[in-house]
Design a protein around this ligand. Structure first.
Ligand SMILES: [Fe+2]
Length: 247
């Protein structure tokens, strides 16, 4: 019994150091340019919910994907300005920014090879994702090109890639190459899958998480975020030195 109480006290102390998240760096809240918010009404509904959850700074990261979403900095910034105006009209207390979630495809590789300016957030961070099923053949080259151009690559939701589910050491390899890792908060509620939840928890246990993101696309994600926030691993996540806190 004594050791049980000792452990509980230790865990409680750890949780006392938890810092609430006020900055999100991964969301699809700009209207009509990807599979997130479809219109301004939906954008405002999501932003309103995120404000209620305590967020004070949101970085919208619309998909940029050669096959589906050929978004450009100009398209994204135009949407950001429209949403900002609508938010101002509501009188809401929230800082809005925009970057992108780049899908690792030839469209992205060409941009990197041509050294086109990337959309970044915070301290020159570039958020990128890969196929969910197949390990990307250009991963090493993409990381090299991003780093050599002064960017800090951030891999979106490593826990969601099926090709990592039986291969945690591959995630560790990428981590050791200096790629920053961002987990989705909703992975902790089991929203995506059990393996995604298991990997996300393992990343938290191993303190291999640099950013936490909502990856919010719709009100369904908001519901799941409430559930995730009640989980033990969410409390544990908040004790890590997340870079969200310095955005
Ligand atoms: Fe996303």
């Amino acid at each position: 019994m004594i050791s049980f109480f000792k452990k509980s006290a230790k865990e409680e102390n750890a949780y006392l150091k938890a810092i609430p998240l006020v900055a999100d760096m991964h969301s699809h809240i700009l209207p009509g340019i990807d599979d997130g918010a479809k219109n301004m009404e939906q954008s405002l509904a999501l932003i309103g919910e995120l404000i209620d959850m305590g967020y004070r700074k949101l970085t919208a990261t619309p998909h940029i994907m050669g096959d589906f979403y050929k978004n450009t900095p100009a398209i994204i910034h135009e949407k950001l300005i429209k949403v900002q105006l609508a938010v101002n009209q509501k009188g809401w207390n929230i800082e809005l920014k925009a970057a992108a979630e780049y899908y690792l495809d030839e469209w992205f590789m060409e941009k990197l090879r041509r050294e086109e300016p990337m959309l970044t957030f915070g301290n020159n961070y570039v958020l990128f994702e890969t196929s969910y099923i197949n390990p990307p053949v250009q991963l090493q080259e993409a990381i090299f090109l991003m780093k050599s151009q002064g960017y800090k690559p951030v891999l979106a939701h490593p826990e969601r890639y099926i090709y990592f589910h039986d291969n945690f050491s591959k995630i560790r390899e990428i981590y050791e190459m200096g790629v920053l890792l961002q987990i989705n908060i909703n992975s902790l509620s089991g929203y995506y899958s059990v393996p995604a939840q298991v990997i996300a928890e393992k990343l938290v246990d191993n303190r291999m998480v640099h950013f936490a993101g909502t990856d919010c696309h719709s009100l369904k994600h908001i519901q799941s975020l409430h559930l995730a926030q009640s989980k033990k691993y969410y409390a544990k996540l908040l004790t890590l030195d997340l870079l969200n806190h310095i955005l």
